[in-house]
Design a protein. Sequence first.
Length: 270
Amino acid sequence: MTQNAYDIAIVGAGMVGAAIACGLGPTGLRIAILDRTPPPPFDANQAPDIRVSALSYASEQILRNLGAWQFISAMRTCPYQRMGVTEKLNTPLTFAGSPLNQTLFDSTDIGYPYLGQIVENNVTQLGLHQAMAQYKNIDILCPSDITSIDFDASLPTIFFGQDDPSDKTTQLTAKLIIGADGALSKVRDWASIGINSNQYEQQALVATVEYQGTQQDITWQAFTSTGPLAFLPLMDVNEKHYGSLVWYDLPDKIRQLMAQDDDTFIGEVT
Ligand SMILES: Cc1cc2nc3c(=O)[nH]c(=O)nc-3n(C[C@H](O)[C@H](O)[C@H](O)COP(=O)(O)OP(=O)(O)OC[C@H]3O[C@@H](n4cnc5c(N)ncnc54)[C@H](O)[C@@H]3O)c2cc1C
């Protein structure tokens, strides 16, 4: 086996690619993982990043088994104990004083400390990178910009960095190539794998909101006739409280919100 011959090459070291690498690490197979950019370093003083995910308790266990959770929790996460879901139908019906169209899930009802944790995608990715760096059989080739893949060669060959086919330092072969290069995957295109896609009637606006009061332990989701609104608590940074607002609505409404000045937009959010 030459230096550039791998059992598995993973294109894309985002949350998905890095998680796959961590899962494959214990097999001892020779693995290369490539990405054009490394995850940004963690800065505890920075306000929460705009891209966050609600990781359920079960997802946390997966990340724990992959060896990444210890690194993620050493950076920052925000547990949520409750989840409130409301259907905004303006119905006057109530039962025992509560609107019929409202449900509250509470982790104490099932004996768990929390339902899940809100984690910045960058933090999840960085924790997975720290976990996979522990495997000697994984080569992290980052930064590497994949420019093409030759599926007709005797072994599939990935070219990265430049297009010169005689430059062996910027190519590798793999028995299996995993395309984890995101929604607009080039690997999918090069492998001639088609997709069917539909445009939703809604678009989404995502905003990080700083709020006053006390740190929240509840995620809110309100389903309206034009799309859901979600408000997720985020981690405190330097004693400031943050939340992630996800506002789905008709494309015209989202365009209108985006065009507003800050004061008008904050008024709408409030
Ligand atoms: C606003 C928003 C909200 C979302 N909310 C949720 C949610 O609540 N829950 C949920 O489950 N999902 C959510 N998602 C989706 C979720 O973020 C994605 O599914 C997830 O990030 C995909 O991860 P990934 O690793 O597959 O891709 P990505 O994070 O896109 O990573 C792909 C990686 O491949 C690399 N790459 C791409 N092309 C090349 C190339 N040619 N050469 C080298 N490297 C390359 C990129 O640099 C990148 O690091 C949301 C997405 C958005 C945009």
